[in-house]
Design a protein around this ligand. Structure first.
Ligand SMILES: [Ca+2]
Ligand SMILES: [Ca+2]
Length: 200
């Protein structure tokens, strides 16, 4: 009773309650924190694939837009010059931005293209290659070697590039990599048919 009287017991009880309460408060905060972290983790796990899909979609749209632009430029060139540009090296303009010497200034009404698409928007990069020569997975008129086509090459084949190749074929062609105007392997090369000779 003397402890109560002089208030020591109250002080001890108050101290214990305060400590226990503090511990409970700390535990509760930790649990809350863990819950918040778990919820954030779940949200990130749910959103990441969606973000990845959006990025892939944007990349594929850019590649498809570049292919369409190249095809349009080629058709315009053919219409004005009476033939397709001659073959050039990979990543080079065959005559859409600047008139080739073998084409008359009276015919060429370009530029048909602002700039050659130089960037393949995926890790490892790649290039667009105009072709009027060599191997083509197309031959619609019975003559080999006169096919005009674009080759889109990815420097680094991966599951991502495979998905891109398949999606482009589905969006712009028949979705079959062995038929139609777009053909591709399952790794890093896509071919887009434009037409067949003669050259300008
Ligand atoms: Ca042919
Ligand atoms: Ca196809």
């Amino acid at each position: 009773m003397c402890y109560i009287k002089n208030g020591v017991l109250y002080k001890v009880l108050f101290f214990i309650l305060k400590e226990v309460g503090g511990m409970f408060k700390k535990c509760f905060t930790l649990i809350e924190l863990m819950v918040v972290i778990a919820v954030i983790g779940i949200l990130v796990a749910l959103l990441l694939p969606q973000v990845g899909k959006l990025i892939d979609k944007a990349r594929i749209s850019r590649v498809e837009a570049a292919l369409k632009t190249l095809k349009t430029a080629t058709i315009k060139f053919y219409g004005d010059c009476g033939g397709y540009p001659r073959d050039v090296g990979a990543g080079r303009d065959p005559g859409f931005m600047y008139r080739p010497r073998y084409v008359s200034a009276n015919d060429w009404e370009g530029p048909y293209l602002d700039r050659w698409p130089s960037t393949v928007p995926i890790a490892g990069g790649g290039y667009y290659d105009y072709n009027y020569w060599g191997y083509a997975p197309f031959n619609f008129d019975g003559t080999w070697g006169n096919e005009v086509f674009y080759r889109l090459h990815f420097n680094r084949g991966s599951a991502a590039t495979r998905n891109i190749l398949r999606k482009i074929d589905s969006d712009l062609d028949d979705g079959n990599r062995r038929s139609g105007a777009i053909r591709h392997d399952d790794w890093n090369d896509l071919y887009m048919y434009v037409g067949e000779g003669p050259s300008a």
